[in-house]
Design a protein around this ligand. Structure first.
Ligand SMILES: [Zn+2]
Length: 692
């Protein structure tokens, strides 16, 4: 290579903000300087660096030991993690056509990069030798766990397969990576393309807060002055709950449930079929009868039977409750002189009416008290009382969108702990849902690295300078994602791959769902739920009715969720031929479990991102319920202490669960916190499905 070219390349590297050291506060990504065209060259460099690091470990002439193999692996790929974290944050939370185009290429390149590493026989040989002799290695508890996880990950990726099988497994991985990416792009496409304008006559029943949010959504899409319903869940669900226009409810419901299933360029049916066939084939190569069996081997649940057992135990009482509720809703329709059968687009509307009558409570009445900023404060305050960490807003940290806010998290002694980014509002460039992720994970392998943790939600903005008001579900989501956030921020492990939320999928929802419990505490609501205009705290009787109403409609909520979890399990348990027609499979399964016709799946297959946008929750959607068994039981520890902010219990939770990431076996971690195994009845009681 000529000298001139080299200089040109060097200056290009310097010009690429992803490849320069970051001189921002806390060395955070300099978002304002990062352009889409920086990503491919940065990934190129990151892949090359990582490949060289892996080659050095593989070809190390000295005998394998923990430091030159396992620790060296933990040190490798730093640039790749750094670039990928920024990239995927933008892909999910603030994409544009250029980013999505690059995403297609990157997902394939990622698979091509990781396949030869995870299937590298020589490297696996080193790991396997250490694993075999682990008893003689004199390792710390965390190191033992790391060795176990590293060995398992290589083994499950196919590092021990013969060459032909490896080749096929690699092809499958590449194709699955592409399919997962197109699945989410399709969904985003269908969500971006649709909106329904609300004329003056179309607003019957809609509360002011909804209209304000609908106006803000219109403005966001360049339709200022209008009001629109979008296909974001925070727009659809409140609309279905309050619009008295049955024809419009039907229209919105059908558009929402048809995402990814419209027979257009965004159709996901063929994608689902191909994904399922390839997963099944990969499981076969690994020697498992089904993908579910393969996937669940590496989880707390361990087997499809254990998962099915839990789901079916919940399904029966939930379905019975839902059927009884259905009859009550139908009776309400008749009483009002309606001459039609309850349809799925009617459920939320009449359930809300029934709740108003029974509990004398309506979501719209509490919404003016749930100001987003105050609920953020509430989430922070609970963390301060439980774990001693404090939050100070920083205006000097670069962000990817002007709506994003950043807080510095400090320990009780004032030392720096983490940064927390909150990206709360829906916008067309953001995918639907709510999630926690990170720009950098905590570790202390070579000195303390503080995490950069993100929460992304899709709440509606307040219009005309009004604050954003949350529904009770939104407020719960805020606490849920913040619970994941704490798992990342309170992490205190040495090795990066064990950091924070790097735990089994059926354990990862424990911190998040557990945190939801504080959101519904009277002492929290009374302090932070204040009327957005008058500043008045939530009146006692409204609070009481609100808390009583939480158990209302739980049959419905449990049914729409458990049906999805069962469908996910069946998709990954039956031979792929069975799901060659996704619609037929869906209806057959729903019929088999006795799904009430008036309730729709929370996620139909064509929009089930959890299981098809990647494999993270594939055959793992049950995880929320598995974790719920623990969270319902775990909160009991605080109740038993007589104070939900009890610092001793909080410390046990911190020391055994929140700070240890994946450094401990989750079953042991839970038992160390609670002193015993979780007791599953707590979940049914919390959902009001059995008597307290
Ligand atoms: Zn979660």
């Amino acid at each position: 290579m000529s000298e001139i070219l080299q200089t040109a390349e060097l200056s290009e590297a310097r010009a690429n903000p992803l490849l320069r050291p970051w001189e921002t506060p806390f060395e955070t990504p300099p978002f304002a300087e990062i352009e889409p065209e920086h990503f491919l060259p940065a990934f190129e460099q990151a892949f090359a660096d990582h490949a060289a690091e892996i080659a050095a470990i593989t070809h190390d002439p000295s005998a394998p030991d923990f430091a030159n193999t396992i620790t060296a692996l933990e040190r490798s790929g730093r640039l790749l993690s750094k670039v990928a974290a920024v990239f995927y944050d933008l892909v999910s939370a603030h994409s544009n056509p250029a980013i999505l185009e690059i995403d297609k290429e990157v997902s394939l390149r990622m698979a091509r990069h990781w396949n030869p590493i995870m299937m590298n026989a020589v490297l696996f040989g080193r790991v396997a030798l250490l694993h075999e002799n682990r008893a003689a290695l004199d390792l710390t508890g965390e190191q033992k766990r790391l060795l176990e996880r590293t060995y398992t990950n290589f083994h499950r990726a196919g590092a021990g397969l013969d060459e032909a099988a490896k080749k096929r497994r690699a092809e499958i991985n590449e194709r699955l990576a592409q399919l997962g990416t197109s699945f989410s792009h399709h969904l985003l496409g269908d969500e971006q393309e649709w909106s329904m304008e609300l004329g003056e006559d179309d607003r019957a029943g809609l509360p002011d807060a909804f209209i304000a949010a609908a106006k803000a959504a219109a403005e966001e899409r360049g339709m200022a002055g209008k009001a629109i319903v979008t296909l974001s869940r925070s727009s659809v669900e409140p609309f279905l709950k309050s619009s008295s226009r049955r024809d419009l409810r039907e229209k919105v419901f059908k558009a929402f449930t048809a995402r990814g299933d419209n027979g257009n360029a965004n159709d996901n049916n063929a994608t689902v079929v191909e994904i399922l066939a390839l997963r099944e084939e990969a499981a076969g190569i690994m020697g498992f009868p089904t993908y579910a069996a393969y996937r669940l081997e590496d989880s707390m649940a361990k087997t499809p039977e254990a998962v099915r057992g839990l789901l079916e135990r919940v399904w029966k009482p939930a379905r019975e409750r839902a059927l009884a509720d259905r009859d009550a809703l139908q009776a309400l329709i008749a009483e009002e002189g309606g001459n039609f059968d309850l349809a799925p687009w009617d459920w939320r509307y009449y359930a809300e009416k029934l709740r108003q009558r029974k509990a004398d409570f309506d979501d719209a009445a509490i919404k003016p008290y749930l100001v987003l900023d105050h609920m953020i404060e509430a989430a922070f305050d609970c963390a301060t009382r439980l774990f001693g960490v404090t939050f100070t807003e920083r205006k000097d940290v670069p962000v990817w969108h002007p709506d994003v806010r950043v807080w510095e998290v400090k320990n009780a002694d004032g030392s720096h702990k983490a940064l927390f980014y909150g990206d709360y509002f829906a916008r067309p460039s953001k995918r639907s849902g709510a999630w926690m992720t990170s720009l950098r994970d905590q570790q202390k392998l070579d000195g303390e690295i503080a995490p950069l943790v993100i929460n992304v939600c899709n709440f509606s903005k307040g219009a005309d300078g009004q604050p954003s008001l949350l529904s009770p579900d939104d407020a719960r989501t805020l606490f849920h994602e913040f619970g994941h956030g704490l798992h990342g921020m309170l992490s205190n492990v040495t090795y990066p791959s064990l950091s924070g939320t790097s735990v089994f999928t059926d354990f990862v929802e424990l911190p998040s769902q557990l945190y939801e419990h504080w959101q519904e505490r009277p002492e929290v609501l009374k302090r932070f739920a204040r009327h957005h205009e008058t500043g008045e705290p939530l009146p006692d009787d409204l609070l009481k009715r609100f808390l009583a109403a939480r158990k209302f409609n739980q049959g419905f909520a449990t049914v729409e969720y458990v049906a999805c979890a069962l469908l996910d399990l069946e998709f990954h348990s039956q031979p792929p031929e069975a799901s060659a027609d996704v619609h037929a499979f869906e209806s057959a399964e729903l019929e088999r479990i006795g799904m009430p016709a008036e309730i729709a799946l929370r996620h139909r297959p064509q929009q089930f991102s959890h299981i098809f946008s990647g494999d993270h929750y594939a055959s793992g959607y049950y995880s929320y319920m598995w974790s719920e068994v623990m969270d319902a039981d775990a909160f009991g520890a605080f109740e038993e202490a007589g104070d939900v902010f009890d610092r001793t219990v909080a410390k046990r939770l911190h020391d055994n669960v929140l700070s240890v990431g994946g450094a401990r076996d989750p079953e042991q971690a839970y038992k160390a916190f609670r002193g015993r195994e979780p007791e599953p009845e707590a979940l049914l009681r919390r959902r009001g499905l059995i008597e307290a």
